[in-house]
Write a protein that binds this ligand. Structure first.
Ligand code: HEC
Length: 173
């Protein structure tokens, strides 16, 4: 396995182990570039469910709907990418990777979410974007095995975030 891939895998292992490890594994320049966090909402300390030790932060109904819409697109794209890999449809792999790497937020909700979300949450999201970009870049030339490895890297960011973070609905004002 190539060195950059190994480095990223090490990062993921850190992310899954928890936030402390995540922080250590992350490039600190990235941490200093992110905007300062808004005052943490009270709900942030509350577990999403009894026994759930993941870090939670409070979101509005609209923000949750935005996340869920985004997630459904992720899941759909992963399924399509798996199919594209089996068919060796390199154009489709490049298209999806590029679209996910450059995805923009048309309604601005992602903007308010970025302010609320913990730094580690934003960083995993950015890292996922980078993995999609790398997949797109390799799509035309890399052996299928490498593309599979890159897709696996993409998915490890899904795992890293879901294992560490969750959201709860903010109490209505
Ligand atoms: C940076 C964090 C983060 C990343 C990365 C991430 N997710 Fe999620 N995902 C979440 C959160 C938070 C929720 C919970 C939303 C809620 O509670 O309604 C979620 C929920 C989901 C759901 C359930 C959606 C629903 O309708 O209830 C699916 C499916 C999902 N994610 C798939 C993925 C896939 C596939 C990837 C990787 C390509 C991914 N996620 C990457 C944070 C993330």
């Amino acid at each position: 396995m190539s060195k950059p891939l190994l480095t990223v895998l090490t990062f993921i292992a850190g992310a899954v182990c928890g936030v402390g490890a995540t922080y250590l594994a992350l490039p600190h320049t990235a941490a200093s570039q992110v905007p300062p966090m808004a005052a943490a909402p009270k709900e942030a300390a509350r577990p999403a469910a009894p026994g759930d030790t993941r870090i939670s932060f409070a979101v509005t109904q609209d923000e949750r709907a935005h996340i869920q819409g985004q997630m459904l697109t992720f899941l759909t794209d992963l399924q399509t990418l798996n199919m594209a890999l089996a068919d060796e449809d390199r154009d489709l792999i490049r298209e999806i990777g590029t679209a996910q790497a450059n995805r923009r937020d048309p309604n601005g909700i992602g903007q308010t979410l970025r302010v609320k979300a913990p730094a580690g949450f934003r960083q995993i999201n950015q890292s996922l974007r980078g993995d999609f970009a790398a997949l797109a870049e390799a799509a035309d030339t890399a052996p299928v095995g490498e593309l599979q490895e890159r897709l696996s890297l993409v998915m490890s960011k899904c795992v890293a975030c879901h294992g560490t973070y969750t959201v709860i609905l903010a109490a209505p004002e």
